[in-house]
Design a protein. Sequence first.
Length: 121
Amino acid sequence: MEKFLAALLPEGSVAYAMAATPREGGDQSSFLLQMVPFFLVFAIIYFLMIRPQQKRQQEHRSMLASLKAGDSVLAGGIYGEITRIKDDVVHLKVADNVRIRVHKSVISAKTASEEKPQGSS
């Protein structure tokens, strides 16, 4: 049989033709071993990237839910004090006689009441 295969196949391919054939039904344990690195990479990505981001989003949502009139906030780089909240619209007092309306999701953080930028009265 070896001579017959050598005559049909180009030189050097006899070794491939004579290789053992895989068992019927496949090898389940080798498949699982091949998948272990993928599971490890996913676990690393989950614990280093996905989970912390979900935690920050949850903290931001709870901060937005706890907002009330009189809180000092930072909204899109503008410091202001909340005067009124209606649904998703927040009215901010940014200076004397200057009020703006912003969407609630724009508010990025609560600030200390006495923390005001230089030059404000």
